[in-house]
Design a protein around this ligand. Structure first.
Ligand code: MN
Length: 320
């Protein structure tokens, strides 16, 4: 079996449980206890199913929303640092099996940049993960650029993870269906729209004229590889500020397979993004660990390409 590094594998530390539980309870109360057990386990259960799936190393990240749901900025900053210290302890006990992405409090962007640097330089983390909107704002806003500048300086990527859409969007787009299909505004569709919109805004913001920050999108790029040609073509019409959308996106974004194990979708991504931009991830424990690796083993790509997705690209991007 090909040995894999998995990039979007979640955990919870004690200080973050109260942000997580209410949102999960709203989606599927019957699985909250099982998910909680899996998110807080770093021993036999998690390692055993990683072994069975041929996952050599999991890059762990907080299960959202984390401190992005905290109103008190000082408390958010404190709890983010505690979560990072907790994760550093987990990694120190199993350094061959776990690595980490930093959790940062966006309520204080300068502090978040400092915390990212601490996590990378002192704790050996591989980058940061950000969960959706920050206090209702898309993070292409210039107030958050210090974080991106620091990530560039440290040469680590930022993983853009979905979170809840803006309340106004939920109201306008989803409310009639939210009760019967609570996952609609989340993993089934809403997360995708929200995160793809953020990535588009980052490209249009001009960030990449100043910084060479690397970003990662899960879920096979949140639909964007399929749409790149169309977006690029639209933005090339008269009346727009000139922007080479497709080139900028392709130069700064990588994507993972988290929770999206489809042959046709993957092959499209290979054609649009190139094999070097696609990295393996499961999205444990929201996805089971077994199906993703079983799928990767049989996708219609050569062994060399599969090895790049399985771990080669992660080793390069995360310098592992
Ligand atoms: Mn996830």
């Amino acid at each position: 079996m090909v040995r894999k590094i998995a990039l979007e594998e979640h955990f919870l530390s004690p200080g973050l449980v109260d942000y997580w539980r209410p949102t999960m309870t709203e989606v599927a109360p019957q699985v909250v206890d099982t998910l909680y057990r899996r998110l807080t386990d770093f021993a036999d259960e998690r390692l055993g199913i990683m072994d069975k799936a041929g996952i050599e190393k999991a890059v762990l990240s907080v299960s959202g929303p984390g401190v992005q749901a905290e109103r008190d900025a000082a408390l958010a900053t404190k709890r983010a640092a505690e979560a990072n210290d907790f994760l550093a302890g987990v990694i120190a006990r199993q350094p061959k099996r776990y690595a980490g992405f930093a959790h940062v409090a966006l309520q204080d962007a300068t502090g978040a940049a400092r915390e990212l640097e601490r996590c990378v330089r002192e704790l050996g983390f591989k980058g940061a993960m950000i969960h959706g909107l920050a206090e209702g704002h898309f993070i292409d806003d210039k107030r958050y650029w210090p974080i991106f500048a620091r990530a560039e300086a440290l040469d680590v990527p930022i993983y853009l993870h979905p979170s809840m859409p803006h309340p106004g969007v939920i109201d306008a787009y989803y409310k009639e269906y939210a009760k019967d299909f609570p996952i609609l505004l989340r993993a089934a569709w809403g997360y995708t729209v929200e995160t793809a919109t953020l990535a588009i805004r980052l490209v249009l913001s001009g960030l990449f004229e100043q910084h060479r920050t690397k970003f990662i999108l899960g879920h096979l790029g949140e639909g964007l590889p399929f749409l790149l040609w169309r977006i690029n073509s639209g933005l090339a019409r008269p009346g727009q500020k000139p922007v080479q959308f497709r080139d900028i996106f392709s130069a700064h974004f990588s994507i993972t397979t988290s929770g999206f194990f489809s042959d046709p979708a993957l092959l499209l991504c290979v054609q649009e993004m190139g094999i070097d931009r696609i990295l393996f991830a499961v999205d444990y424990p929201f996805e089971a660990n077994a199906p993703g690796p079983a799928w990767l083993a049989r996708v219609p790509l050569c062994d060399e390409d599969k090895a790049k997705i399985a771990s080669g690209n992660a080793k390069r991007l995360l310098r592992m």
